[in-house]
Design a protein around this ligand. Sequence first.
Ligand code: SF4
Length: 316
Amino acid sequence: MEEAGGHAVPRVQSTPFYTAYLKIAEGCSHRCAYCIIPKLRGPFRSRPIPSLIREVKKMAQRGVKEINLIAQDTSLYGKDLYGEPRLTELIEKMIPIEGVQWIRILYLHPHRVSESLLDLMEAEETVCPYLDIPFQHVNPDLLRAMGREPRGETPEELIQRIRGRKRDIVIRTTLMVGFPGETEEMFGQLCSFVGRADLDHVGVFAFSPEKGAPAARFPSKVDPAMAQKRLTRLMGIQARVSKRLNAGKVGQVLPALIEGPSPETDLLLIGRTAGMAPDVDSRVLINDGEGIAGRIMPVHITEAHTYDLVGRIPVH
Ligand code: SF4
C-alpha cells in the first residue's frame, strides 16, 4: 500500500523485482507553453519524507536494488511542503536503507541542480552518477517562448559545473526541435551545442501541438516535415558523439545491474551500468560469462556500438 496525502492506496509493482520507480511528487507548477500536464494534474505536491522512506524500505525488503526517483521536477521536491527544496535530504535518508544499492534521480530542472546534490553524488557511491536534465533547447529567445525563461547559468555552464566534479557524472537530456519560431539559425545553435557538449544520452522530440497548450496557438509554425528533418540531423550528430564516448569505455570494468536474457536472443544477457537508466537509455549486451538477474556484477567492456556497449562477466 502506498500512502498518498495520508490515505493508503493499493500499489502494484509493474517493473522487474530489482528496480522500481518512486514518485516523489505529483503535478507541476511550471508553465511550459507546449505542455498540458499542469492543467491535467494540478500544482506540484510533494509526498512527505517519512511516507517515501517507508515505501523505500518496503521496496528494499522485496528485493529492489535500484530506486529511480521521478516527479515532473524532482529538483523542486519538498518546496511546497517544507518551504525549500529537500531532495538532497530525502536521498540522504534513503542511502542507509539496507538493500538499496542504486538511487537514480530523473527529471531535474536545469535551473535547480544544486551544489549540495552534486556534493552528495560525489560522496556517496549509492547515488548513481547520473543527471537527467531536460534542456529542451539552448536559444534564449526560444526558451523564453517555451515558458522556460533562461536564468543564471546557460546549459553549457551547467554542464561545465557538473564536469568539474571529481566523479564522472553521466548527463542525459531531452531536446525539442520544430518549436514555433525555431529558425535555421536557432536550430544551428542547438546542433553546435550537441556537437560540443559530449552528452552521454540525448532524446530528441519534434514539437507537436497539444490541444489546450498555449503553444498550439503560436504563430510561425515549423513545417512538421522540416521538424522531422531537424530531428534526424540532430540525432545524427549525437550518434557520432555517443560512438566516440562509448569507444572510450572499451577495456573498462564497470558494475552493471544484470536484467536477464535479451528479449531478442537467449544468447545475450542485458545489463545496465549506473550511467544507464531503465527504459530510456542504451544497454550493455553481455555475450560471455554467468550473470544473475537482479545482481550488480562487474562487466568487462569489450566492444562499443553507437549506443550500446558489449561486455563479458569475468570468471572469479
Ligand atoms: S514540461 Fe514538465 S516542467 Fe514543463 S509544465 Fe510540463 S510537466 Fe511541468
